[in-house]
Design a protein around this ligand. Structure first.
Ligand code: CP
Length: 321
């Protein structure tokens, strides 16, 4: 694997899931694989889970991980080709990225969308420019449109939970929109839809109010509905997430609290397990009663970020040999 940006970068999704679950059982089984190697973790946005789980995963493989909050501590980067840099940007990515490629064996990058211009965000210019100029493998720590480490973690968590509860059938997995106080990216929802449909082990339903349709690039193979109650009937897993409008880009139309997931919403589910990538707005997206109940997988899900990332880093290290 040369890069980890989206599901098509992975040749065998199930093998990567299994590898992550193996690392959970044996965290240090490859503790020398990354000896003498360094990962650079570039953050243009805040993070708790991604930042720390990536550092732990790298350390479990014997790698050094160096965090750089490039938005606050680095020079202001220019990403446009041919830019006349007489404004606020100080350094072009085509100069900065190859330098970082000299310092690090793998570059990991987090960047959010602006949610102002859909074409700009969906062009994924920032990570694509790093891929073009760094000269080393690039791992997405979440970009404008996708969050692949989260999605790999999510599939691992579903399969782990199915084994623990002896759920021996094709699960019904529902991704449901939830209210929020601000406009959020579509990336977690896009990415989860992309991975869970590609992995092809579940019946997938996406529920959202009208106006929150995701790009069909990511949702092929899923059933899409505006009826949350119908979607939740018989659900085995419910993934709760807010996203802003893709069609009327970045806008928020609906904040209807009836879309918040509560115990009552799940009364016709199959005792569904509930997932969220975190951070979560309690009692806006998801009720306390769910988050504090045994039905919630959110802490386990966040813990699994380490093992998913370890699987990705080790696959890249092994391919570089
Ligand atoms: N889920 C997730 O990516 O969390 P952070 O934003 O805290 O990294």
């Amino acid at each position: 694997m040369k890069q980890f940006i989206q599901v098509s970068d992975v040749s065998d999704i199930q093998a990567l899931i299994n590898k992550g679950l193996d690392y959970k059982q044996h965290p240090f089984m490859d503790k020398t694989l990354g000896a003498g190697k360094r990962a650079g973790l570039l953050f243009l946005n805040p993070s708790l889970r991604t930042r720390l789980s990536t550092q732990v995963a790298a350390q479990n493989l014997g790698m050094d991980a160096v965090v750089f909050n490039i938005d606050k501590e680095g020079w202001a980067l220019e990403f446009a080709e041919g830019a006349i840099m007489n404004g606020t940007t100080v350094e072009h990515v085509k100069d900065a990225a190859p330098v970082l490629g000299q310092y690090f064996d793998i570059l990991c990058i987090r960047t959010f969308p602006g949610l102002q211009n859909r074409a700009d965000d969906y062009a994924e210019t920032i990570i694509n420019q790093f891929i073009k100029y760094a000269g080393v493998p690039v791992v997405s720590l979440e970009t404008a449109t996708l969050h692949p480490l989260q999605s790999l973690t999510d599939l691992m968590t579903i399969q782990e939970s199915m084994a623990e509860t002896q759920l021996n059938k094709k699960p019904k997995v529902v991704l449901t929109w939830a209210p929020h106080v601000k406009a959020l990216p579509q990336c977690v929802a896009n990415s989860f839809a992309q991975w869970v449909t590609a992995a092809n082990f579940a019946d997938v339903v996406i529920a959202h109010p009208a106006g929150y349709e995701l790009s069909d690039t990511y949702t092929k193979g899923a059933t899409i509905t505006n009826d949350q109650a119908a979607a939740l009937e018989g659900a085995d897993f419910v993934y709760v997430k807010n996203w802003s409008s893709y069609t009327d880009y970045g806008k928020v139309f609906c904040t209807d609290p009836a879309w918040m997931l509560t115990a009552n919403s799940l009364k016709h589910s199959n005792n569904a397990k509930v997932m969220h990538c975190l951070p979560v707005r309690r009692n806006v997206e998801l009720s306390d009663e769910i988050l504090d109940s045994p039905q919630s997988l959110v802490t386990k899900q966040a813990g699994n970020r380490v093992w998913a990332t370890q699987a990705v880093l080790s696959t890249i290290l092994s391919s570089k040999k």
